[in-house]
Design a protein around this ligand. Sequence first.
Ligand SMILES: C[S@@+](CC[C@H](N)C(=O)[O-])C[C@H]1O[C@@H](n2cnc3c(N)ncnc32)[C@H](O)[C@@H]1O
Length: 242
Amino acid sequence: MEKVVPIRDSIYLDFLSKFGVGGAHPGGFELTKEILQGERIHAGTRILDAGCGTGQTAAYLASTYEARVIGVDINPIMVEKAKQRMEKNNLPVKIIQGSIEKLPLKGGMFDLILSESVLSFVNKPRALQEIYRLLKPGGRFIANELTVNKKPEEWVENEIKTFYGFDSLPVERDWISLLERIGFKNIKIHSQTTPILQHQATPEFHYSAHIDPKLYAVMNQHFQMIAKYHEILDYRIFSCSK
Ligand SMILES: C[S@@+](CC[C@H](N)C(=O)[O-])C[C@H]1O[C@@H](n2cnc3c(N)ncnc32)[C@H](O)[C@@H]1O
């Protein structure tokens, strides 16, 4: 029997899904749009939004570029909210529930795959291997991912990992080594210089009908965590090719 990839235990991800946070990555939607401008995207470009959340980026790609987009997310609440967005806006974006560590999709399907703050929540080598398999030769991969500026003390590392549900806190070199090991070429880092603390763009919300009261505190905890560890927590935008 196929092994199902479990959802990582993360109070932060529970909060994001119940509040239906769109643009849940450093820089938010504005940074997404800026980065996409640097890619060759046109009508018919096949794109996978890996860990699409409520589908904000996937919808934008379909409506602005007329790209052929698939969004995948492991969380059923996110999937439902992303589907509602596509229906409401009459967009032909296919949303599937699944894990980017193993997807029931043919290899070599996509011109571009995006991962906006998703790899930190998964088994990174497995997800990157799967992303590599799904890309066409020459296809592009862009990831906006949490990166630490220096390895923190163990207790700080544990506090961050427990709150977010991360299994590791990579520095820039760790990400590059991993991408190289999988076989990605032409690895570049977007020259974004705004620190994570100043890069908290206003997100969008699609609230669930019932929200556990303890989740209201989680958003504050997230901002406190970023403020407290602003010298450690950072992010990088990596782009590379298969
Ligand atoms: C920080 S949110 C980012 C969502 C979206 N990319 C955005 O920027 O708004 C992380 C997303 O990754 C999803 N996720 C976590 N593990 C996943 C997995 N194994 N496969 C697919 N999606 C996953 C979560 O459900 C969540 O929607």
